[in-house]
Design a protein around this ligand. Structure first.
Ligand SMILES: [Fe+2]
Length: 426
C-alpha cells in the first residue's frame, strides 16, 4: 500500500491543489492520497489564517468532488487535530504512522488492508518546497519516514530543479520521486487577497459562499493576538466535541458576533470566545447536560431544548477555562434571552440566530435590523421564538416573556407583515 501525503493550509483549497492530487493518482506512484490540512502551521502565524475546522471541512468537500472521478483514492486526514501546538510535519508523520492512529483511520474510511500489506509513505509537494526544505524541522527524519514526491510544473526551471533534487538526495540519503502536472500557478494568498474564486473547485466555492468565509476573515483582525490564538485552540478542540454542522455554525456565530461587537462598541475578544463556545455542551449526552445545568442553575432551565445553555456555561468554565462573567452570561442566556440583557448577550443571542449558514427562512429583515438596532432585532427574533414555542404547545420560558415585555415597554418593537415574517431555530 503506497500512500502519498499531501499537506497544506488549504486556505482556500484551489484547483492547483486539485491538479497535484489528480496527477499524483494518475502517476501510479501511489495507491492513495491522504490530504492533511494543517491545524496550526509553523509558517503562517498571524491573523490571516481561517480556523482549522473551516479549512478541514472545505478541503473535505473538495475531495468529495475529486472522488467522483477517482473513487476510493483520496481521503481527508484529521491527524493534525490530535497534535498539540504547532503542526510540524515530523510530528504529523510520527502520529499518522503510529498503529493507534493509522489502523483506526483505515477502519473509519473502509480502506481495505491486510496485515501482510507493506506500507510506504511519501510526501507530495510542489517543486518550490525543494528550495526551502532545508529550513524544515528535522528534514532528515522527515524523509526517513516519507521521502519527497515532487510535482513538476511546466514552468519549472529545467536545470535548477534536477540539481536541487540531486542535492537533497545526497544530503539526506533519500530518493526523491517526481511526477508532472499541467497546472497553472495558483496561490491561496492571491485568492484571499483578491477575493477572486475563479480557480477553486465548485464545492469549495459553495462552501465559501455558505459561510461568507473570506468576506469575514478580516474580522479576525479586530481581536487581540492572544484571543485569536485562544480561538484557534478552542475551535480545534471543538472538532472532537461537535458535529461538522454544529462546529461550523459555532465558528460562524463567533465571527458574526465579532462583527456586531465592533459595530456596537462591544469587546470583540469576548464576542469571539462566547460565540465560539456558546453550543459547546449541546452534543453531550442528555444526562450529562442535565447534570451540568443543575449545577449551574438548579431547575431554572428545565426544557431539554434549553439546558445546553447552562450546561454550556459549565463546560466553558470547567473544560475551556473561561472565567469572564460577561462571556459566561452570554452563553447561558443565548437561548432564552432575559430582561436587562447586556450588549454582549444580545449580540450572541442574535448571532446564533442569524449567522450566514442559517437557512431556515428568509432572514433578510432581522439581519438588516441587527445592523441597525440590537433591541429591535432581538424583539423580532424573540417574538418568533415565542411563536414557535406556542405552535408546538411548549411553555415559553419566563425569561423570554420578561425580555419581550421589557422591549415592548421601551418601544423597541417592529410590526411585521405576514410577508416579512421569519422563522427561527433555537
Ligand atoms: Fe447555536
Amino acid at each position: 500500500m503506497r500512500i502519498g501525503l499531501f499537506g497544506g493550509a488549504f486556505d482556500p483549497f484551489h484547483n492547483g491543489h486539485k491538479a497535484i492530487i489528480e496527477a499524483a493518482i494518475e502517476s501510479n506512484l501511489v495507491d492513495y492520497v491522504f490530504v492533511v490540512p494543517s491545524v496550526s502551521s509553523p509558517f503562517k502565524p498571524g491573523n490571516c489564517l481561517n480556523a482549522a475546522p473551516y479549512r478541514y471541512y472545505m478541503t473535505s468537500d473538495a475531495i468529495d468532488e475529486i472522488s467522483v472521478r477517482h473513487p476510493g483514492k483520496v481521503y481527508i486526514c484529521d491527524v493534525e487535530f490530535y497534535l498539540e501546538g504547532v503542526s510540524f510535519t515530523l510530528k504529523m508523520l510520527e502520529l499518522l504512522q503510529s498503529k493507534r492512529y493509522f489502523s483506526a483511520f483505515l477502519e473509519k474510511n473502509d480502506i481495505p488492508f491486510s496485515k501482510e500489506d507493506k506500507i510506504s509513505f511519501s510526501l507530495i509537494c510542489g517543486s518550490d518546497i525543494l528550495f526551502s526544505f532545508d529550513k524544515w524541522f528535522e528534514p532528515k527524519k522527515i524523509v526517513s519516514l516519507a521521502p519527497l514526491m515532487v510535482a513538476l510544473r511546466p514552468g519549472d526551471d529545467a536545470s535548477l530543479v534536477p540539481k536541487q533534487i540531486e542535492q537533497i538526495e545526497a544530503k539526506y540519503a533519500t530518493n526523491v520521486t517526481a511526477f508532472s502536472i499541467n497546472s497553472i500557478d495558483i496561490s491561496s494568498s492571491f485568492i484571499r487577497n483578491e477575493l477572486n474564486f475563479d480557480d477553486v473547485p465548485k464545492a469549495v466555492d459553495d462552501f465559501i459562499k455558505l459561510h461568507d468565509l473570506y468576506d469575514k476573515a478580516c474580522l479576525l483582525q479586530l481581536v487581540s493576538d492572544d484571543c485569536y490564538k485562544q480561538f484557534l485552540k478552542y475551535s480545534s478542540r471543538l472538532y472532537f466535541a461537535l458535529s461538522r454542522k454544529r462546529l461550523l455554525h459555532s465558528l460562524d456565530v463567533a465571527l458574526l458576533a465579532v462583527k456586531y461587537a465592533s459595530l456596537y462598541g462591544e469587546n470583540t475578544d469576548k464576542a469571539l470566545v462566547a460565540g465560539c463556545l456558546h453550543d459547546c455542551a449541546k452534543e453531550l449526552p442528555l444526562q450529562k447536560q442535565k447534570e451540568y445545568a443543575k449545577t449551574i442553575s438548579g431547575d431554572v432551565f428545565d426544557n431539554v431544548k434549553l439546558i445546553h445553555s447552562p450546561a454550556g456555561k459549565y463546560v466553558a468554565m470547567c473544560e475551556y477555562g473561561v472565567t469572564d462573567e460577561d462571556v459566561l452570561n452570554a452563553i447561558i442566556y443565548h437561548t432564552t434571552a432575559h430582561s436587562g440583557m447586556s450588549t454582549l448577550e444580545k449580540i450572541i443571542f442574535l448571532a446564533d440566530k442569524l449567522e450566514p449558514s442559517r437557512n431556515y427562512d428568509d432572514l433578510t429583515l432581522p439581519r438588516q435590523l441587527a445592523l441597525q438596532d440590537l433591541d429591535v432585532a432581538t424583539y423580532v427574533v424573540l417574538s418568533r421564538v415565542k411563536e414557535k414555542f406556542d405552535e408546538y404547545n411548549v411553555e415559553v420560558h419566563k425569561y423570554t416573556l420578561e425580555c419581550l415585555d421589557e422591549l415592548q415597554r421601551i418601544g423597541k418593537t417592529c410590526n411585521l407583515s405576514d410577508e416579512d415574517d421569519c422563522d427561527v431555530e433555537i
